[in-house]
Design a protein around this ligand. Structure first.
Ligand code: ASP
Length: 326
């Protein structure tokens, strides 16, 4: 579905995927007892003025609670983004999204598209039916970022703050300002429609081969995340290895270990992970700390993804396996 909302010579495309921003509750005082993904994206643009000379186009890609995000929806989203980004008069794209997996979608799209135009994910912590919803202002801010000259790459906009796809993380369960960029800090702020840039936008890379591989894939390599913790054991890893040795159809191909501190693992989990690696499973250690990166040592037996969080490391590993033909 596609609708032209305003008139103008350049276009900003708003793709809807669902989330709380499109959520409905039975009464306006309820900010938590709602159903996500109910209001169409064209309706989310009601009452929002397009910047001068800009046409807004709304297109519904999915209508889900983002906790249920899937590879199939990511494929479709990447395709719709590529379609619109290729048009000379499209300045940028806004994606309305749930907060729960927003950082994963942002990282996925940056890795697959690495766009030279802005792709701006936005969201809300309160449903559209709330007494004071935060969605409309976030959408307005996201449209401003998507139309900013020089903006590029995949970013997220929430509560007036712009975060890079590489750094963005949901950091709060309830507050409207629910996202952070960790050590990197925000990329920009949006103030009354004007964007105050603090540091570089995520850069474009040669992404075309990965894009083709991703959109043509019929399945997504299975990569599981396991957390190292006090009393951790290797039994789950060993069970996954057994399943793979039995030739299970969707056997695990990669493991991300959410490690303690600077990439350390409980010795039982580490021993099992090394056994899994020896069996051909790709194993990566990502830190479970919310800030900082793993500083690797020359004799590390299991590799690390630097500053990527476990959920982003999972996407990076799955894309690596996919491009290697797994
Ligand atoms: N569960 C919702 C979602 O991610 C939460 C939100 O959007 O804030 O779709």
């Amino acid at each position: 579905m596609r609708e032209i909302i305003q008139g103008g010579t350049r276009r900003v495309v708003v793709l809807g995927t669902g989330g709380t921003i499109a959520g409905r509750a039975s009464h306006s005082g309820d900010n938590i007892g709602y159903t996500a993904g109910q209001v169409g994206v064209a309706d989310l643009l009601g009452g929002i003025d397009a910047p001068e000379g800009t046409t807004l186009i709304a297109e519904q890609v999915s209508q889900i609670d983002s906790k249920d995000m899937s590879f199939e929806i990511w494929q479709k989203l990447a395709q719709r983004c590529a379609h619109w980004l290729a048009k000379a008069d499209v300045a940028g794209i806004v994606i309305t999204h749930g907060t729960d997996t927003l950082e994963e979608t942002a990282y996925f799209l940056q890795a697959v598209l690495a766009p030279s135009k802005p792709v701006v994910l936005t969201c809300a912590m309160r449903p559209a039916t709330a007494l004071a919803p935060d969605g409309p202002q976030n959408v307005r801010d996201a449209i401003a970022v998507a139309g900013t000259p020089g903006a590029q790459g995949v970013v997220a906009v929430c509560a007036g703050t712009v975060h890079s796809a590489f750094d963005v993380q949901k950091t709060h369960t309830y507050r409207l300002d629910a996202f952070g960029s960790g050590d990197g800090g925000p990329l920009a702020y949006v103030e009354e429609g004007s964007v105050r840039v603090l540091r570089n936008w995520p850069g474009p890379q040669a992404a075309a081969p990965l894009f083709d591989r991703v959109v043509s894939a019929t399945s997504w390599p299975r990569v599981e995340i396991l957390v190292s913790h006090a009393g951790a054991r290797g039994a789950i890893v060993d069970a996954l290895v057994v399943e793979r040795k039995r030739g299970a159809v969707d056997a695990v191909q990669g493991l991300v270990l959410a490690a303690t501190g600077n990439g350390t693992l409980h010795h039982e989990l580490e021993a099992a992970a090394l056994r899994a690696q020896a069996e051909g499973i790709a194993v990566v250690r990502a830190t479970r700390c919310t800030q900082g990166r793993i500083l690797g040592k020359p004799n590390d037996a299991l590799r690390d993804p630097g500053s990527l969080t476990p959920v982003k490391a999972r996407i990076a590993l799955a894309l690596e396996l996919l491009s290697a033909g797994a």
